[in-house]
Design a binder for this molecule. Structure first.
Ligand SMILES: [Zn+2]
Length: 99
């Protein structure tokens, strides 16, 4: 009986150890990727989060009315002419798109 109990305890310890190793391994390798995907999550990456706020890359994407490239609404040049506003990726595209 004591022998079986010891085997069970050893098995539990091994399982916990393997899980801990896997968690550490995930944090060292794949953990960074999952953090980057969840950009909305707060606190994980301080400096890069501040960078993301300085240059808004998230949010609504608008298609350039001339070249068709997708640009963040915050960075796009808005041209409220017709019924719907037209967005341009750059001033050159705005000039060419209006011509
Ligand atoms: Zn463009």
């Amino acid at each position: 009986m004591g022998r079986i109990l010891r085997i069970i305890i050893v098995t539990i310890i091994v399982v916990f150890a393997l899980r801990a190793i896997r968690m550490i391994w995930a944090a060292l390798t794949g953990g960074g990727k999952t953090m980057a995907q969840g950009r909305g999550q707060q606190g994980a990456r301080g400096p890069s989060r501040a960078q993301a706020e300085a240059v808004p890359t998230s949010g609504v994407l608008r298609k350039c009315g001339h070249c068709g490239v997708y640009v963040s609404e915050a960075l796009a040049l808005k041209e409220a002419g017709g019924a719907e506003p037209v967005y341009y990726c750059s001033s050159e595209c705005r000039k060419l798109g209006q011509a």
